[in-house]
Each structure stands twice: as C-alpha cells, then as structure tokens.
Design a protein around this ligand. Structure first.
Ligand SMILES: Nc1ncnc2c1ncn2[C@@H]1O[C@H](COP(=O)(O)OP(=O)(O)OP(=O)(O)O)[C@@H](O)[C@H]1O
Ligand SMILES: NC(=O)c1ccc[n+]([C@@H]2O[C@H](COP(=O)(O)O)[C@@H](O)[C@H]2O)c1
Length: 327
C-alpha cells in the first residue's frame, strides 16, 4: 500500500468515526461517544505547496495515554506536550489530537479514586488545552480493559518509562507465572500501533529497549521522548501529601485541586485500597455528582458513518479548505 493510501485510510479511520482498521479487535461501539471537539478533522498538509489533507506526506497521528490519573498531574499533561515536541521535531507525523484514557474502577490499584472523579479531574485538567482531551470509554467499563483493546483505532500509546518496564512483569497466580501484558497484545501495541515512551528518572529506557525482545523487534515503531526538563511528579506522592495535609499547589491544575478538596478525595486510606470509600454507594455518587455537569452531556456523539460517506465528507472538507485558502 502506498503512503498516500495509508494516509487516506488512517485519516478516514481516526477523526471521522470509530471505523476500525483492525478487524481482530472486537468492541461494542454502538453506543459509544468519542469526544471529538478538539481533534483536527483535516490535516494541514503542506500549505506552501497548496496540498491538503489527503495529499499530506505526513502520517496522521492520535495519541492515547492510559493510566490511573488518581489524580492527574502536570507531569501527565507534560507527557503529551513532550510527545508533541518530538513529533514536530521529527516531521514524520502530524498530531491530530491526544487523549487521556483513565483505567476503570475494576483496576484494583491502591489509591484509585472512583472512575467518574478521575474522568472529571482529567476533563478539568485539559480544559485549557487545544489538543488534549479525555476518552472516558475505558473508565466507564466495569471490567479492566487490556490496553491493546483501548488502542482500537490507528493511534499510538504514550507511556512513561516505568510503565514500559511492566511489559516484562509477571503475576504469580496459583503458583503459575502470568505475564502482566500478553505477548500478542505487545505485538499489537508496539508492532501495529507503535508507542511513544517518555523517559523517566530512575528508569533506563534504552537499556530496557535493548533487553526486551518485543520492544527490540518493534524498535522502529517505538519512539523514545527525551525529557529536557525532568519532572517526576507522582500521583502516589500527591495522595500522600493530601493525607498529610501538605500543599499540592503547582503540582496539578488548580481546578483539579479544587475538585479534590470539594469531593474530599484521598483524605483517608480505605482498607480496600480505595481512597473514596463513601462514594461506593450509588445514591451518594448521584448526590456527589449533582453539582457537576452530567459527564455524558460533554461527549460528542460518534456518527457511525459508512466508509464511502466518510470518504466523501473528507473530500468535501479538503475542497472547502482549499477554496477558503484560494480566497
Ligand atoms: N515521572 C514520570 N515520568 C514519565 N512518565 C510518568 C511519570 N509518572 C507517571 N508517568 C506515566 O504516566 C502515565 C499514567 O500514570 P499513572 O497515573 O498510572 O501512574 P503514576 O502517575 O505513576 O501514578 P501512581 O503514583 O498512582 O502509580 C503512565 O504512562 C506512567 O508511566
Ligand atoms: N495487559 C495490559 O493491557 C496491561 C497491563 C498492565 C497495565 N496496563 C495499563 O497500564 C496503565 C498504567 O498501569 P499502572 O498504573 O499499573 O502502571 C493502565 O492504564 C493499565 O490499564 C495494561
């Protein structure tokens, strides 16, 4: 397939709908709404040469960062800014948009706040960004979703060095070693989609790249992003500071801090490891959310267009832009 054909395929697949190009991944997308207000609908192309969307020689790119975000911090926001700088510097891709994808409450991790709080905190954090948004699909699932499933359209994962190191981790269940990441999932995440790894202090990404077989096999699709200003803000420490009544100002956006304080998140440890015990009760969740806009209202409905209709829409959009530029 030529590069321009790939571009058309990807452009069609990414911003216009959730038409998947990977038929191996099954998802119930019928009722799914992807926020699309920030994602670019048309690529810039090479304006100087008068070419647009479908003629751009860059590969359209949407980034997704999976994680707990309990709570989201400036480091997490910086991950996308660093990845964008890397993309601009290397010129291969054109970044159309970026999404935080918070894990669902089914992910049993200590300190994980109720999923609606984490989605809301991420939404507050990205309010000022023109390209970062929140994809709540994963958070709204009752079961934890494997990251390969989350990356269902042609998008690349953005992850910190520590998360990448978990690619080699095992859990022992009934005396059996179970890999935390299925090798077949790693082939999808790294081989099919590709990945941006943000260097993290204390973890030697390059060394790990060399030693991990799957990462090494797919090294051409793995981009290591240098942190020119090291930032090591950790959600775990933010939670600890809150418990110890220490200041968390300038570690995360003020809007997120105000939300945490309004909802009294992370104040005490719960035996279950969750820090927002009272919100387990559905009635209380409802009451606690009354003051906020309903999350669902913020999501734009995904139009499940037929591929030909999508192609025609893209063509018209490109012509419209060209006409506007001709004027
Ligand atoms: N200091 C850091 N440098 C680079 N990436 C980071 C750093 N901290 C977190 N990340 C990345 O941010 C993403 C989301 O992180 P997540 O919220 O799951 O973990 P965390 O911030 O380490 O939180 P916790 O402290 O609760 O484990 C992951 O890809 C993780 O690797
Ligand atoms: N098998 C998998 O797909 C797999 C395994 C471990 C973590 N993850 C993801 O990595 C992210 C970060 O996890 P931790 O917060 O545990 O580092 C989460 O979004 C989680 O869903 C996915």
């Amino acid at each position: 397939m030529s590069k321009s054909e790939t571009n058309e395929l990807e452009l069609r697949a990414v911003p216009q709908d959730l038409h998947r190009i990977d038929s191996n991944i099954q998802l119930d997308e019928l009722n799914y709404k992807l926020p699309r207000s920030k994602v670019k609908a048309v690529m810039n192309g090479d304006a100087a040469a008068g070419t647009f969307a479908l003629h751009s020689n860059k590969i359209p790119l949407v980034l997704v960062a999976c994680g707990s975000y309990s709570p989201v911090t400036y480091l997490h926001l910086r991950m996308f800014e660093m990845a964008r700088d890397h993309v601009v510097e290397h010129g291969e891709f054109e970044l159309l948009g970026a999404y935080f994808s918070p894990v669902s409450s089914g992910y049993k991790k200590a300190g994980l706040a109720y999923y609606k709080h984490r989605v809301r905190m991420c939404q507050l954090a990205v309010e000022e960004s023109e390209f970062i948004d929140v994809d709540p699909w994963e958070a709204f699932q009752t079961e934890t979703q494997r990251t390969a499933i989350v990356l269902r359209i042609r998008i690349k994962l953005v992850a910190g060095g520590d998360l990448i190191q978990s690619f080699a981790s095992y859990e022992v269940r009934n005396g059996e070693k179970i890999p935390v990441w299925l090798p077949s999932d790693l082939d999808i995440i790294l081989g099919k989609f590709g990945c941006f790894i943000i260097e993290r202090t204390g973890s030697d990404v390059h060394d790990f790249l060399l030693s991990h077989q799957s990462l090494y096999n797919h090294r051409k699709r793995v981009h290591v992003v240098k942190q020119f200003i090291y930032n090591d803000i950790s959600s775990t420490k933010v939670r600890l500071f809150i418990k110890r009544k220490m200041s968390i100002r300038y570690l995360l956006p003020d809007s997120v801090i105000a939300y945490i304080s309004r909802k009294r998140l992370y104040m005490v440890d719960e035996p279950s490891g969750r820090t927002d015990g009272p919100f387990d009760d559905d009635d209380i969740i409802q009451k606690s959310l009354e003051a906020d806009e309903k999350l669902e209202d913020k999501f734009i409905e995904v139009v499940n267009m037929d591929p030909y209709e999508v192609e025609e829409t893209n063509r018209l959009e490109a012509l419209r832009h060209q006409a506007m530029n001709d004027d």
